[in-house]
Design a protein around this ligand. Structure first.
Ligand code: SF4
Length: 776
């Protein structure tokens, strides 16, 4: 019979895929002939208990999306150095010998980009020695892979080494979906989620909707895969992907390089998507072989030719959607019609086609002078990106031209850097005056020391091939406008030193007065011979767990501190809370927990909490980082939080839409919690942040009627009605907020919540970690 045939023939599957295949067979048994998208196939094949997740609360496995709570078993966890500190501090509190699944640590966020790769790396290692030593000691103790500073940026390293089609990974960084380019489901999470997966507890996710992006046609030579996502961001806005996985399909997919697909997935984070994914194509196989993983490509082939697990009898598991699979929404993009785009400033969804950019710059009175062009980063430092840039640099060099703006390049990994060096691309970049930065995040995350005299507070424009452009993100200057584009467009415009230059149509003057016009860029998808591994001292440290190893934390450290557990929820509703501040406008995770210089306190909760909400705008006064105590005295927001914490007064913040948009930064939840926040009451939340709040024991509530935002003010006294009961009932039931204003007037405000049974348990215990350390 067929089930016996599955079992016996499963033995000839590559071991990597046996588990996936067997789970998928179970999914098929439960869902029958239902057509599945690619994202669903992989996601559901990681369910802890297929029947429980797919049948509960759904119509016999139908209408799962947006409804079922999936309890998933990820295959691995990847952590970057800034977020790994808190993740590891939390994991340590669970007193386990080793993680339940493989994990890696990547030292990339703490290196400042300043003078150039070598000097910066040396200075970065010296400044952050304590943190790197801590991370390395934890990696040794727990048998996690350790990628030292200079080895590369997490997402590039993961793509080159760990991503494999069909895998499900968690990454403690919001751009982890980069690995979706290689047909994985990779989700950006906070450290507390990572700890759940590391201890082997099922990780919970509301079954995402699936937003299909159908690609047809082929890109024009001036257009890059980056433009697909820049254009999409313009259409979807920063909230349009919330609760959804973006799945690309259609004949256009086959025209893209693997690294191009990774770029599009990387920036799916900018529209709030849970993750993004591409089908497996010939380009994927070529990339696996180029990165010395020919066996993996072979395994995929074997799985895809293995009979028996598809929607129809004898059909196969293929890394693409079933024919006829339904998407919740489909956006069509004809690649042949796509133009280069430039997105920004201050938000990644303000998309302008290149042909209209000049007019928009003039209309908006954005700076016309371009102060710097920065390319590379985890988003755009592939071989293809860099060789396409090289083709432009060579044309300009032949015409005797140099970039008119400062021009920086950040390779995504030592592997890509060494390969570009071997193949002469780096020499072309440096020959053009490009400043090579270390294989680390640098200017993408505020780690940028500028030497061009642009003072803080001065309005100026930079163009980057990065993925995110919130105010102050790159150089700590809130007036720096970061415009996002493909590396080719950034490079060509850097030669003009102008934001109004259109390299597709405009000309530059050479020194002898001739007109020079760029020809369209061209490059190679990958190197002709396999990638170089580069400097061995920047290679991975991979070893089995050594439970006897000591973890390096100095008791006098101001950068690392052991975590104290948060107190459990009181056995009653909350009362006597006060509104610390009412916030207006965008409130991103950067607003709640700023990066840049604060990154150094990521492992020290009391110290980093002194930056809490320090760029939030007070809705009542318009002031930034200002809050008023009940006696009228004026403070910074974190100062008032600390003052109330010292006085034993718990509090809430009130804010508007998409609160916590941006990154997976769990400090944005931990810090308010540490300072005494019990509730965050907003018009809407960004998904990752809302989950992070619950994991740290903070109650996220949204207004049932958005207009009620106007009924509540800073300093108001707040108590809850129905909250304790709802938590005790595992998330079932509604919650009202009773507001007592300064004049004694009382109001009841209805709210909504998305607290599941598990999450109610976290909140009651005081935090998810409190539950995990008890062993769930
Ligand atoms: Fe680093 Fe920037 Fe990529 Fe984040 S987005 S991993 S900060 S390079």
């Amino acid at each position: 019979n067929s089930s016996r045939r599955h079992l016996s023939s499963a033995h000839s599957l590559p071991p990597t895929y046996e588990k996936l295949f067997n789970k998928y067979t179970e999914v098929r048994r439960v869902l029958g002939k239902q057509r599945l998208t690619l994202a669903e196939k992989i996601l559901y094949s990681h369910l802890h208990n297929v029947e429980e997740s797919l049948l509960n609360n759904t119509n016999n496995g139908r209408d799962i999306r947006g409804k079922a709570n999936l309890r998933l078993n990820p295959d691995r966890v990847n952590m970057q150095d800034a977020s790994a500190q808190m993740a590891l501090l939390q994991f340590m509190s669970c007193n386990l010998e080793r993680p339940a699944i493989p994990a890696s640590i990547h030292c990339d966020h703490l290196i400042v980009g300043s003078k150039g790769a070598e000097d910066d790396l040396e200075a970065g290692i010296e400044t952050n020695k304590e943190v790197f030593d801590f991370l390395e000691s934890a990696a040794r103790k727990y048998g996690m892979d350790f990628w030292p500073p200079g080895a590369g940026i997490i997402h590039q390293t993961v793509l080159e080494n760990y991503a494999l089609p069909g895998l499900m990974m968690l990454g403690t960084d919001s751009h982890s979906p980069n690995a979706g380019g290689l047909t994985t489901i990779t989700i950006g999470v906070g450290g507390a989620d990572a700890v759940e997966a590391l201890v082997g507890a099922p990780w919970e996710l509301k079954a995402p909707k699936v937003l299909g992006v159908e690609l047809t046609g082929k890109l024009d030579p001036w257009v890059a895969p980056k433009d697909v996502i820049l254009r999409l961001a313009g259409e979807l806005t920063v909230r349009g992907g919330t609760g959804s996985i973006i799945e690309y399909f259609g004949p256009g997919v086959d025209t893209l390089s693997l690294t191009g697909m990774a770029t599009a997935c990387n920036m799916g984070a900018e529209v709030g998507a849970t993750t993004s994914i591409f089908p497996y194509t010939e380009a994927s196989a070529r990339y696996l072989r180029a990165t010395s993983r020919g066996q993996a490509a072979q395994n995929v082939e074997t799985l895809q030719n293995f009979p028996g697990a598809g929607a129809d009898k004898d059909s196969h598991f293929r890394f693409e959607a079933d024919e006829g699979a339904e998407y919740d929404r489909v956006i069509k993009i004809d690649l042949s019609q796509l133009e280069p785009h430039i997105n920004g400033p201050f938000t990644p969804d303000l998309a302008t086609p290149l042909s209209k950019f000049k007019a928009t710059v003039k209309e908006q009175k954005w700076p016309e002078s371009l102060s710097a062009g920065l390319i590379g980063s985890c988003t755009n430092s592939s071989y293809e990106d860099m060789t396409r840039v090289e083709s432009l640099l060579k044309q300009a060099a032949d015409a005797g031209l140099k970039p008119a703006s400062d021009f920086y390049v950040t390779p995504g990994s030592e592997q890509i850097r060494a390969t570009l060096e071997r193949d002469g691309t780096l020499q072309t970049i440096e020959g053009a005056g490009g400043i090579l930065l270390s294989n680390a995040c640098g200017p993408c995350i505020g780690q940028w020391q500028r030497h061009d005299g642009v003072e803080k507070g001065t309005s100026n424009a930079i163009l980057t091939s990065y993925n995110r452009n919130f105010r102050g993100r790159n150089d700590g200057n809130p007036e720096t406008m970061n415009f996002l584009a493909s590396p080719e467009i950034v490079t060509a415009m850097a030669f003009a030193g102008s934001t109004t230059f259109n390299p597709m149509t405009d000309t530059l003057k050479t020194s002898d007065g001739k007109d020079f016009k760029f020809s369209a860029p061209h490059g190679l998808e990958g190197p002709q011979t396999p990638f170089e591994s580069g400097n061995p001292s920047l290679g991975v440290l991979s070893q089995p767990a050594d439970p006897s190893a000591e973890i390096a934390i100095s008791p006098t450290s101001d950068r690392l501190a052991f975590l104290e557990p948060f107190a459990p929820f009181p056995q009653s509703d909350l009362s006597g809370l006060r509104v610390l501040v009412k916030i207006t406008g965008k409130c991103t995770t950067d607003t709640i927990s700023a990066a840049g210089p604060w990154l150094k306190y990521k492992g020290h909760l009391p110290n980093i909490s002194t930056n809490t909400l320090n760029t939030a705008i007070n809705a009542e006064t318009g002031e930034v980082n200002v809050a008023y105590d009940l006696d009228g005295s004026k403070h910074t927001i974190p100062e008032l939080g600390q003052r109330w914490k010292d006085a034993g007064r718990e509090w809430l913040v009130v804010a508007e839409h998409n609160y916590g948009e941006g990154s997976a930064r769990e400090h944005a939840a931990l810090q308010p919690r540490y300072l005494g926040a019990r509730i965050v009451l907003v018009k809407s939340f960004a998904r990752i942040h809302e989950t992070n709040l619950k994991k740290q024991g903070v109650v996220p509530l949204t207004f049932e009627n958005e207009a009620d935002y106007d009924l509540i003010s800073a300093g108001d006294e707040v108590s809850t009605v129905g909250l304790y009961e709802m938590l005790q009932n595992g998330g079932k039931g509604s919650v009202q907020i009773k507001v007592t204003r300064g004049d004694g007037e009382e109001k009841l405000i209805p709210t909504k919540h998305a607290i599941t049974e598990d999450q109610a348990g976290f909140i009651l215990a005081g935090s998810a970690l409190n539950l995990l350390s008890k062993g769930i």
